[in-house]
Ligand binder design. Structure first.
Ligand SMILES: [Mn+2]
Length: 409
């Protein structure tokens, strides 16, 4: 594998390994995202900590927000805190909140900002020139880091495959890049079999006796739809121990609830709750998606973005209120709204050809301007967390950025 990857990648792994080796406390905190890739990442890292004889405090969050980070770091000193499948862009904020008390290791594949800090290590594929949108999931990164340090972790190669499929990295017909190397590892170990269906690869995972896409979907149901009742715990457990009947039932129940809520939302948008601007069409779901986590708005848009009630030439921006209760942390005074952005296919083509600005530029930039916190941004899908009540202002700034792009051409 070494010859296939760049040197920086191995230097990063060595750095993580050194920090773990010299760590004398007995507990490590793992903060992870709540979608399939995030749950698989949380499972890999937790298991890795156990492999190096550490206890794990696991915290599943939907979004990186200063108030959430404050709560996580409250009372901690001299600890290692991992953040994974999120926080690539939030390193600076986390560094400020932590103020040198702990060692923070961010393992992420979303666009990131490098920072100069002795305490915060940002291991983000994007910073070493590997697209996290196409070539590596967070699970894949966690798999490589943990299995390079501890050989026992190689048995979890299948989780890298689940994470990559969960993030739709198989969308061109099969997973690529680092994800592919992890897949090869899993194939060689007999953990996965490839099945070709309609010129598309599907990955059958022996451990789950199920395909990776089905497993990823269950995990996303548990983590994202069942977020407020902490069903991600069932998901992380299933990653390592398999799915029991109860967990599968719960995933199905959540999916049914989600479909009902999504249908209701489509009706409301058709009936006039969709606002039209020059370049953007937007809506605010408020609390109507509760008790689903705020990932739901993004998934809703992913499923509906090409339906005919949306203008195929406009950006789609949706908001959903963030609850003030974080299952692993308790009640927080967040007063926050989650924004998701998606792109109908015709506009997507223009973005890919550089004829229109991508969400990876628009969302972080607009967030910076209004003081919001973008942490998961890709060209055609992005999210940010803003203060509740600033939704209109966000759209305004977003519009002006698109306008600026066209004027400058
Ligand atoms: Mn991910």
């Amino acid at each position: 594998m070494e010859e296939l990857l760049n040197r920086e990648f191995f230097e990063e792994i060595r750095e993580v390994a050194e920090r773990i080796k010299s760590y004398e406390e007995d507990e490590i905190t793992v903060v992870h995202h709540n979608d399939a890739d995030g749950l698989a990442s949380g499972a890999i890292l937790s298991h890795f900590c156990n492999c190096v004889d550490k206890k794990v405090e696991r915290i599943c969050i939907e979004k990186v927000h200063p108030k959430i980070v404050e709560k996580i770091h409250e009372g901690k000193k001299g600890k290692i805190i991992f953040y994974t499948d999120l926080a690539g862009l939030a390193a600076d904020m986390i560094d400020k909140v932590d103020a040198g008390r702990n060692q923070i290791i961010i393992i992420d594949h979303h666009p990131a900002k490098a920072i100069e800090s002795d305490n915060v290590l940002v291991f983000d594929s994007e910073l070493i020139g590997i697209s996290g949108d196409l070539f590596t999931s967070a699970s894949t990164l966690n798999y490589f880091v943990s299995s390079a340090i501890n050989d026992e972790m190689r048995k979890y190669a299948y989780l890298a495959v689940v994470g990559a499929v969960g993030d739709y990295h198989d969308r061109s017909g099969g997973v690529l890049g680092l994800d592919r190397i992890a897949l090869d590892d899993a194939l060689h170990q007999g953990q996965v079999k490839i099945k070709i269906e309609k010129a598309r690869e599907r990955y059958y995972i022996e451990f789950f006796e199920e395909f990776a896409d089905v497993v990823a979907r269950r995990l996303t149901n548990l983590g994202a739809i069942g977020y407020e009742k902490a069903d991600y715990k069932l998901g992380v457990k299933a990653c390592i121990h398999g799915f029991d009947e109860k967990t599968i039932k719960e995933s199905e129940r959540l999916e049914k609830m989600k479909n009902e809520k999504f249908d209701e939302a489509i009706e409301r948008l058709k009936e006039g709750e969709l606002h039209q601007e020059r370049y953007t069409q937007w809506f605010n779901l408020g609390d109507t998606f509760s008790p689903m986590g705020v990932k739901a708005v993004g998934e809703f848009m992913q499923l509906s973005k090409d339906m005919t009630f949306f203008d195929e030439n406009k950006y789609i921006v949706g908001f959903q209120n963030m609850p003030d209760y974080i299952p692993d942390l308790g009640k927080l005074d967040l007063n926050a709204s989650k924004m998701s952005g998606r792109i109908p296919v015709p506009l997507e083509r223009r973005i890919i050809h550089g004829q229109a600005p991508g969400l990876d530029y628009l969302v972080p930039k607009a967030s910076e301007i209004i003081g919001a916190f973008a942490d998961a941004t890709h060209r055609i899908a992005a999210a940010t967390v803003l203060e509740k009540g600033k939704e209109r202002e966000f759209v305004k700034v977003f519009e002006s950025l698109v306008d600026e792009f066209y004027r400058s051409r």
